[in-house]
Design a protein around this ligand. Structure first.
Ligand SMILES: O=c1ccn([C@@H]2O[C@H](COP(=O)(O)OP(=O)(O)O[C@H]3OC[C@@H](O)[C@H](O)[C@H]3O)[C@@H](O)[C@H]2O)c(=O)[nH]1
Ligand SMILES: [O-]c1cc(O)cc2[o+]c(-c3ccc(O)cc3)c(O[C@@H]3O[C@H](CO)[C@@H](O)[C@H](O)[C@H]3O)cc12
Length: 468
């Protein structure tokens, strides 16, 4: 068991193995930084391909060591696929199969390192291999407590008859005792949840995996805070009868010697008035897969008349974002609008004085980053979990505006234009309301001591767990 307690040192040794998606790896690494700041040692497991992108986020290279894992090829996956970004959504279960095949390598790592704690979210077999080496396990959830409470608790179990798809109404039904009437899905939105209970050969369903992961761990951890999601956390605790530890937002702090924003974006943004640019980003995975919706998004931003920067993966069927743009678009917006298919430094862009509005897909990482920023927020969630994050921000906290959708679930360029104008337009009542509420929340969340208080309590929880 590391040197925890044995020589009076309170340093813990931790192994982290997050789900193979950048949103998850990034969130696990931010938490690793917080634990390393307190002197704990972390071995961080990740696929080779992710290393270059994740490495710069390591603020404690002396305490956080990366260990690359070979992700085997599984029939049906694109050649060389190692992360969720390489895999279309409907093949995600095959990436989970590939991750399961890394179990022997993990076993060797745990036997060699003998950690005090192992953090994981997806690899539900971690408790089975951690227990024999005396390690305690923490199932760390980087998504909202609301999205777990709605679908991934024992009470949300559904009976699937002969593999028949459930109706949208059935999918939308919250489990007994679910604590909110606002953070819910409409029937048509709940269709995106059908993957949760769908069974796949060899690995069962996403629901089975998550419930096993949370049932078998020693403690459940969630990247959230009581102030925003207390009632959902209490519900999860009562469902699993496991302690639920909260880490708070876990965002990277500004380091005095941090790298600066790439000059291409810093120079471009500097051309515009303070608070005038609309920044739009949709996370690390290709989420807008329909080319028409991709085009509506770009055309809607054009129609606002405001300067804009979009960082987004290309939709299905094309390999670059440029190919997906409508004819004449680039010429019309030249000088005030950019659509970029690569990786940008999102937190730094949100921090830039010229940026005044963030159009987001509501990934939970982006949700925290936008709450901490002083940008107005427009929400364009793409699937179940992101829609719930959007409801939390728009309906419960009233800090953002969600784009309106038609009956078929699609948004139009007009509805996006309206949503952006409603938060950016001078004298807009809605804009004033969300700005005021957002300011209040930002004050609470960014108060010195708020995030640190969560991390200190979390560290104490871990210490007690390891000693127990
Ligand atoms: O170009 C980019 C894109 C993204 N990012 C960063 O990457 C992270 C993306 O994480 P998000 O959680 O917002 O979104 P992702 O879509 O990547 O995550 C995934 O896991 C978390 C879930 O809540 C999301 O629904 C799921 O899609 C953010 O920290 C963001 O700042 C960049 O720095 N640059
Ligand atoms: O779409 C989702 C709807 C919902 O109600 C809950 C979740 O939960 C999670 C989740 C992820 C990690 C955890 O530790 C707990 C819960 C979801 O994860 C996303 O699933 C996608 C499909 O497998 C995957 O592509 C993405 O990387 C995950 O973030 C989704 C929902």
């Amino acid at each position: 068991m590391g040197d925890f307690g044995s020589d009076g040192s309170s340093s813990m040794s931790v192994v982290m193995y997050p789900w193979l998606a950048f949103g998850h790896m990034t969130a696990f690494l931010h938490l690793s930084n917080k634990l390393a700041e307190k002197g704990h040692e972390i071995v961080f497991l990740l696929p080779k391909k992710a290393l270059d992108q994740v490495k710069p986020l390591n603020l404690y290279p002396n305490l956080i060591t990366f260990h690359t894992i070979s992700i085997p090829h599984v029939k049906g996956l694109p050649p060389g696929a190692e992360t969720n970004s390489d895999v279309p959504f409907f093949l995600t279960h095959l990436l989970a199969v590939a991750m399961n095949q890394t179990r022997p390598e993990e076993e060797t790592i745990l036997r060699t390192n003998k950690p005090d704690l192992v953090f994981y979210d997806s690899a539900d077999w971690i408790p089975e291999i951690a227990r024999p080496v005396g390690a305690k396990t923490v199932c760390y959830n980087t998504v909202s407590a609301a999205s777990i409470a709605l679908t991934l608790v024992p009470a949300a179990e559904r009976e699937i008859i002969d593999g028949k798809e459930m109706s949208a109404e059935e999918l939308a039904k919250p489990p007994l005792g679910y604590p909110s009437s606002k953070v819910v899905l409409l029937a048509r939105e709940a269709k995106t949840l059908s993957f949760v209970w769908r069974r796949h050969e060899g690995i069962g369903s996403f629901f089975d995996g998550k419930v096993t992961a949370m049932r078998n761990c020693d403690a459940i951890a969630i990247r959230t805070c009581r102030e925003t999601e207390g009632k959902f956390c209490d519900y999860i605790e009562s469902q699993y009868n496991r302690p639920v530890y909260l880490t708070g937002p876990v965002l990277p702090v500004d380091e005095p010697n941090k790298t600066s924003l790439e000059p291409r974006w810093a120079d471009w943004l500097a051309k515009f008035k303070p608070g005038s640019v609309v920044f739009c980003a949709f996370g690390s995975q290709p989420v807008v897969d329909k080319i028409d919706q991709f085009q509506e998004l770009c055309l809607g931003l054009e129609a606002t008349g405001l300067p804009f920067l979009v960082a987004i993966k290309p939709p299905s069927g094309v390999s670059t974002v440029e190919e997906a743009l409508t004819e004449g678009f680039q010429e019309r917006v030249r000088g005030r609008g950019v659509v970029y298919g690569g990786w940008v430094q999102q937190p730094m862009i949100l921090d830039h004085p010229s940026v005044g509005c963030f159009v987001s897909h509501c990934g939970f990482g982006s949700t925290w980053e936008s709450l901490m920023s002083d940008c107005q927020m427009v929400l364009v969630p793409q699937h179940g979990e992101q829609i719930l994050n959007a409801r939390l921000m728009a309906e419960e906290m009233e800090v953002a505006v969600e784009v309106e959708r038609e009956e078929n679930g699609w948004f139009s360029r007009r509805s996006l234009e309206d949503a952006v104008k409603s938060v950016m337009g001078e004298g807009s009542e809605v804009g004033e309301k969300v700005r005021k509420n957002h300011d209040k929340w930002r004050c609470v969340l960014s108060d010195s001591g708020f995030a640190d208080g969560y991390i200190s309590k979390f560290e104490q929880n871990l210490t007690d767990l390891v000693k127990s």
